[in-house]
Design a protein around this ligand. Structure first.
Ligand code: NAD
Ligand code: TDX
Length: 321
């Protein structure tokens, strides 16, 4: 049995990971989460109390992190400020949590020789031209665009340096855009769904041609568990499901699935510096880990996600949409 320290485990992807790890393994879990606006203990409701504990605290708190890492067999670091629009409005918390928080964890895993997995994003590679076929690979240069993605890129580089200079036992995964239940309503898909559920039009930034590469959060975390089990130290793994769609297309599908007209959209000014296209090549991850995404039907995944937001209004209604 393994004891995991999961940072950011009360957020969207981290809580999904905790549910999955408890269902599929005999691991025990300590969640370290500051419970920012994006963290909700309700996302951990119903889990076996003898196998999971929530510690409310900050990943930048070196003393607390050191004590928690000392009693863990492995760390999975999800905690981050994660929303691009917020990083444009106020970059400070992104630099602090994403860089200083990662530094604090790296120093603790170095001191206690604990296995570390770092959760990151395809956005560290910047964007691709709208109309090409090129994809990100683990060798693509780092070219982040926003305060969010540059802080994540910086955190990845810290991990790489700690592997090379100090020999820590770390892996990194860079995943594409996630969707699924318990995603904060600030993000595109839940924002559109919950605006429609509350009688408002969803918003499309700019001309809506920007492309995102979608993966279901269950598939992301299935890959993360595989990496923990059999990933090679020092390796970077790209996680994605080859589902590249324009924002216009995604919104059209949501409107159709929810019984609305295709033109029930508010066109709003574009995001400054808005990345044009993300697309990543997950073939090396698939070949090495034998991992395959299960949620291959995007419309079915979207429909299930919409149903979850319909059925769980109490979870999201307190947040401004
Ligand atoms: P989220 O915003 O839903 O959750 C982040 C969690 O971290 C929250 O529970 C929050 O309370 C916690 N947190 C924030 N600052 C903290 C701090 N200083 N100390 C302790 N806890 C803190 O984010 P998410 O969408 O679940 O993303 C999780 C990770 O996955 C992030 O590292 C993100 O960069 C990465 N990622 C996200 C996506 C995506 O599509 N959402 C895609 C690829 C990678
Ligand atoms: O109302 C909206 N209308 C709209 O057109 C919102 C909220 C977004 N958008 C667009 C902007 C993006 O092109 O939709 C796309 C997706 O937007 P976000 O949900 O904000 O995600 P993105 O900026 O692509 O970043 C996400 O994926 C990578 C996550 O927030 C990051 O944490 C992750 O690293």
């Amino acid at each position: 049995m393994t004891h995991l320290l999961v940072t950011g485990g009360a957020g969207f992807i981290g809580s999904n990971f905790v549910h999955r790890a408890l269902e599929r393994t005999d691991h025990t879990v300590t969640v370290l989460d500051r419970l920012t606006y994006a963290g909700d203990p309700a996302s951990l409701a119903g889990l076996p109390e003898d196998r999971v504990e929530l510690v409310v605290g900050d990943v930048c708190d070196r003393g607390l992190v050191d004590a928690l890492v000392a009693r863990a067999d492995a760390v999975v670091h999800f905690a981050a400020e994660s929303h691009n629009d917020n990083s444009l409005a106020d970059p400070g918390p992104f630099v602090h949590t994403n860089l200083v928080g990662t530094f604090s964890l790296l120093e603790a895993v170095r001191a206690h020789d604990v296995r570390y997995h770092h959760i990151s994003t395809d956005e560290v590679y910047g964007d691709l031209p709208l109309d090409g076929n090129e994809l990100f690979t683990p060798e693509s240069p780092y070219r982040p665009s926003s305060p969010y993605s540059s802080s994540k890129a910086g955190s990845d580089l810290l991990v790489r340096a700690w592997v090379r200079s100090f020999g820590i036992r770390a892996t990194i995964s860079n995943c594409s855009n996630n969707y699924g239940p318990r995603q904060h309503v600030e993000k595109f898909i839940p924002n559109a769904v919950t605006r429609l559920l509350t009688g408002r039009r969803p918003r499309l930034y700019g001309d809506g041609r920007n492309v995102r590469d979608w993966v279901h959060v269950d598939d992301h975390n299935a890959a993360v568990l595989r990496i923990l089990e059999s990933g090679r130290i020092g390796q970077t793994y790209l996680i994605g499901a080859d589902c590249r769609l324009s924002n216009r297309d995604v919104l059209g599908r949501i409107l159709a699935l929810m019984g609305h007209d295709p033109d029930e959209v508010d066109h709003v000014p574009d995001r400054p510096g808005h990345d044009l296209r993300y697309g990543l090549d997950p073939s090396a991850t698939r070949a090495e880990l034998g991992w395959e995404p299960v949620h291959r039907d995007f419309d079915a995944g979207l429909a299930e996600t919409i149903d979850w937001y319909r059925a769980n209004r109490k979870w999201w209604e307190p947040s401004p949409v």
